[in-house]
Design a protein around this ligand. Structure first.
Ligand SMILES: [Zn+2]
Length: 344
């Protein structure tokens, strides 16, 4: 077992890719404070220290309530641009080179933000982030499942008709209980036919049958969370055989009570079954974490040293929707960094 302090330093400098992280859910206290100051009629505090307190959740319902109060702070394309660019700044600080950010355009357009303005704002932030921070962003547009088929139709229309340059995939988020996956099949069929990749959330708060639905009905190429896959050995074998990656978010699973405690997290069983596991942060500031901290947790749960962490980082690159040249560039950077670290 490597020295945890030295591993923390190694992780901080390790070039990384992130595949499961939400747009509004990544708003840092600093960004939320700036937005609250712009919109003083909101009940959200405009002081970063008070916001850290405001982000302490008593349960999942409280988390949703706070999350929606932050959604309500995002009212103009300029708010969207600020939010998006500041997320990239937090990523650059952690040496995240590439991220597929899950964006829920329906939450904004249904609140009256003009759809063209929304797309221009995220694309403007994406280009600035790449140019000024060296962070490559791509979008996953997701259906907020709790908003039903109207939201599904609207998300599909926005994705396919406006199709911003950075859009690579199509997702499904929100609660799973009472929101069966198969009803979204026609929307995923259209998105996939148009060349978008399928990445629904499944098996976060419900059993393995939801994951099978995501694979069979929605054509999932990666699965968001997939936590309950470990309850079904045939499913684990299927995921391993077909190299269908899971987007594991350890701290999120604890914060939402999807998993009772970290030491009981099924990530170890997933890896033991040969599943391609990626580590992600989901809604990092809201869950009091960041990607570096999730890697440190994974190192502890999976008993990884520097080489193990480097291969975990390469899993995310492999599971990403980057082209081959893009994947090779980050993987080589990971190898070079690791080699240099170990030769110190
Ligand atoms: Zn998520």
């Amino acid at each position: 077992m490597a020295d945890p302090q030295s591993l923390t330093a190694f992780i901080a400098g390790l070039p990384k890719a992130e595949l499961h992280v939400h747009h509004v859910g990544s708003a840092s206290p600093r960004t939320v404070a700036a937005l609250a100051a712009r919109h003083p009629d909101s009940r959200v505090p405009s002081d970063p220290e008070a916001i850290a307190e405001y982000f302490t959740f008593t349960d999942f319902a409280h988390f949703i309530d706070v999350y929606l109060s932050v959604v309500d702070l995002i009212r103009t394309p300029e708010d969207i641009r600020l939010l998006t660019f500041e997320i990239a700044r937090d990523m650059a600080r952690q040496n995240i080179r590439y991220a597929e950010l899950t964006v829920t355009p329906f939450s904004s357009t249904s609140r009256g933000i003009p759809e063209q303005g929304f797309m221009e704002a995220i694309e403007d932030a994406r280009r600035s982030a790449e140019r000024e921070l060296g962070v490559v962003l791509r979008w996953c547009f997701d259906i907020p499942g709790e908003a039903g088929l109207e939201a599904a139709e609207e998300t599909t229309r926005l994705a396919l008709d406006l199709r911003p340059e950075g859009l690579v995939s199509f997702g499904l988020g929100g609660p799973e209980i009472g929101v069966p996956r198969p009803q979204f099949k026609p929307y995923f069929d259209r998105a996939v036919a148009a060349g978008l990749r399928s990445v629904p959330h499944a098996g976060e708060t419900t059993g393995p049958e939801t994951i099978w639905d995501a694979l069979r009905e929605l054509g999932a190429e990666r699965v968001g969370h997939g936590t309950s896959a470990v309850q079904d050995p045939a499913l684990l074998a299927h995921l391993a055989e077909h190299r269908i990656p899971l987007e594991v978010c350890p701290t999120s699973n604890i914060a939402t009570r999807a998993v009772t405690d970290l030491d009981a997290h099924p990530v170890k069983a997933m890896v033991a079954a040969g599943v391609l596991v990626t580590i992600n942060s989901d809604d990092p500031p809201m869950f009091g974490t960041d990607l570096n901290q999730e890697y440190a947790i994974a190192a502890r749960l999976l008993d990884l040293d520097e080489r193990g962490l480097a291969s975990l980082a390469k899993n995310a690159v492999e599971a990403s929707f980057l082209d081959q040249a893009g994947k090779r560039a980050i993987s080589e950077e990971i190898d070079a960094y690791t080699g240099k670290w170990l030769a110190r």
